[in-house]
Write a protein that binds this ligand. Structure first.
Ligand code: ADP
Ligand code: MG
Length: 256
């Protein structure tokens, strides 16, 4: 590990795990995020909902610097990730991300999907990486698929492998971008069950989802975005059950 990586320390004990201040993001003259302020406490589960194109994915991608914010600050565990001097790789190691498309490595088996990033990025030795892989496959209920190749698995199983792969890196925070949107309906439940388990274990999570039952049951807070701003936020019972804003009501009538 580089000298720099070791100096990236969590200084935010007691503070929010994720803090987003005045975040703006433009693509050319398209201003996609127009001033987002959001804090996520340690162990909190925040669901982000909103129409297509409202900036939900861009928001998540700015948290782990897959997109570079145009203005504003993002802190994870007290470290400013938008600081130009920060070691991006060290930051990303603390943040797991799961996408709609599972993005598994197709040419290696499930175990190698979990061990390769640990070996390359964390420099773990083979036996340690394998042990962590076994532990996390068990966590997502796929111990029996260790030797399978991605193409031999259902979409739900592939997404659970993708979650196990992210967990194998030991993240402090997990970001989920519509993790069940590409799945056949009968496979959604098994992925949500794994996410429920993580929430119950105390993982800090930001979840972009249209699964309102998950939001109601698991989210500590629901954030509704439209047009690059947070229109309203609060407990699911409030935002989903009794929305204050016309735009939120319109969105919910369309998806429920
Ligand atoms: P959501 O996830 O809520 O559907 P996105 O964050 O994906 O919204 O996109 C918001 C807007 O940003 C869209 O208009 C989209 O076309 C635009 N956008 C997203 N990523 C890029 C990119 N890499 N380059 C140009 N425009 C982008
Ligand atoms: Mg999106």
């Amino acid at each position: 590990m580089s000298q720099k990586a070791e100096t990236v320390e969590s200084t935010g004990a007691g503070g929010p795990e994720i803090e987003i201040r005045g975040l703006h993001k433009s693509f050319g003259d398209n201003e996609v995020l127009r001033g987002i302020d959001l804090e996520v406490a340690r162990g909190e589960v925040v669901c982000v909902i909103g129409p297509s194109g409202s900036g939900k994915s861009t928001l998540l991608r700015c948290v782990n610097l897959l997109e570079e914010p145009s203005a504003g600050q993002v802190f994870v565990g007290g470290t400013e990730v938008t600081d130009l001097d920060v070691d991006i790789d060290a930051v990303r190691r603390r943040i797991g991300m799961v996408f709609q498309q599972f993005n598994l490595f197709p040419h290696v088996n499930v175990t190698e999907n979990l061990t390769l990033p640990q070996r390359r990025v964390l420099r773990r030795n083979k036996s340690r990486a394998a042990a962590v892989a076994r532990e996390n496959l068990e966590r997502v209920g796929l111990s029996d698929k260790a030797d399978a190749y991605p193409a031999q698995l259902s979409g739900g199983q592939q997404q659970r492998v993708a979650i196990a792969r992210a967990l194998s890196m030991g993240p402090e925070v997990m970001l989920f971008d519509e993790p069940t949107s590409a799945l056949d309906p009968e496979l959604v439940g098994e992925v949500l069950a794994v996410m429920r388990l993580l929430a119950a274990e105390g993982m800090t999570m930001m979840v972009v989802t249209h699964e309102m039952s998950f939001a109601r049951e698991v989210a500590d807070r629901v954030v509704f975005m439209d047009g690059g701003v947070i229109v309203e936020q609060g407990p699911a019972a409030q935002v989903v059950g009794a929305p204050q804003h016309e735009r939120t009501r319109n969105f919910l009538t369309r998806i429920l």
